[in-house]
Design a protein around this ligand. Sequence first.
Ligand code: SF4
Length: 86
Amino acid sequence: MTLRLTIDPIACTGHGLCADLLPELIELDEWGYPILPGSVPAGLAAHARRAVRACPTLALRLTRGRADQGSSRRADQDSSRKASQH
Ligand code: SF4
């Protein structure tokens, strides 16, 4: 099992607080929305939890899952976009 950061793309307001708190793992895309890593190394788990607690909209979550499960906001956005086209 691997720790993974996930995001609710509807709830995220894209102000980048999580990237400020966890720059080792979270980058921002050109619109200021976070791009998440595939997994959270054990050594950064405490920092990831702190970023999750600080998210003002509760959009960021830390979950346990397999390393090969989906990984990024961009992937979530793509799947949401595809779903809305049907
Ligand atoms: S702190 Fe929360 S709301 Fe702000 S950019 Fe990160 S995930 Fe989105």
